[in-house]
Design a protein. Sequence first.
Length: 298
Amino acid sequence: MADSRTPPDVDRAAASRRAVAARRERASLKRDVTTRVITPQDLLRRALADPDSAAGHMRVPEFLTAIPAIGDGKRDRILDELKISPVKRLGGLGARQRVDLQAFLDERLPEPAPRAGRSRLVVLAGPTAVGKGTVAQHIKEHHPEILLSVSATTRAPRPGEVDGEHYFFVDDAEFDRMVEAGELLEHATVHNKYRYGTPRGPIDAALADGRTVLLEIDLQGARQVRAAAPDATLVFLLPPSWDELVNRLVGRGTEDDEERARRLRTAKVELASQGEFDFRVVNDTVPRAAAEVAALAR
Ligand code: 5GP
C-alpha cells in the first residue's frame, strides 16, 4: 500500500520553494518602496491588514532601509528610538510600536494630499511605459465629453498614425514658429530626441465651452502647465509595481538595450516626482484607471 504521508524530502523541497517565492515577493515590495511606486505607509497598511502577507512577513529593518534616504546607521537609530527589535516583522508589531512607526513615517515622509479647487484642465503624466497613451486613448473612445488634446511633434509618424488625429506632425521650422508665436501652452524635448508641444487654441476654446480637456504629456510639460495654470488638475499614473513597469518597458520591445536602460533610469526619476501631483491613479487595468481619471476630470 502506498504511504499516504508526503515524504519529508518532498516537504522540504516544497517549503524551500515557498520560501524562495516569499523572499522574491518581499524583494519586489521593497523595490516598490525604493522607487516610490508605493509609499512606506502603503506597505505598512498592507502588512497590518494581513500579517500573513509578504508585507506582513517583512522584517522592520528591511522595511526601513527600502525607504530612500534611510541607510544602515539611520535604521539602527530609528529602531532604538521606536523600541523595535531588529527581528520584528511588520505584521507582528505591538499596538504601541505600530502607532509610533506610523507617526514616525507621517512626520518624516508625509504622503501627498489631494488639493482642492482644481480646474477642468487635466494633465495625465507618469513614468515611461506606464501606459498613459493607452489610458488616454480609452478615455477618448469612452468619454466623448472629454477633449483629448492633440499635440504637435517633430517626430515622424509611426505606421497607422494620422496627422491631426494622433499628432500634428511638423518640422523643426514649423515647431519654432509655433513657439515664437506663443501658440503652445507648453513644449518640451522628450527622451532627448524630438520636440512635443500642446497647442493652446483648441484647449482655450473647449474650456470656454465648459468642457474638460485632457493632456497626455511628459513630466516637464506637466510642470509647465502647473506654472501657466496653477489650478490645473495634475494626475500621476502609477504602475501596479516597479517589476510590472520593467515588464511593460521590456515587453514593448521597440527600444534597444541602451535606450531601455536609459528609459528605466528616467522612470525612476519620474516616479520620484509624484508628490507634485494632485492625484495618483494606479494603472492596474486600463478601463478601471481610465474610469478613475475620467471621474477626477468631472
Ligand atoms: P510618443 O512619441 O511615444 O508618442 O510620445 C513620447 C512622449 O511624449 C510621451 O511620454 C508623451 O507623454 C510625451 N508627449 C506627447 N505629447 C506631448 C506634449 O504635447 N508635450 C509634452 N511635454 N510631452 C508630450
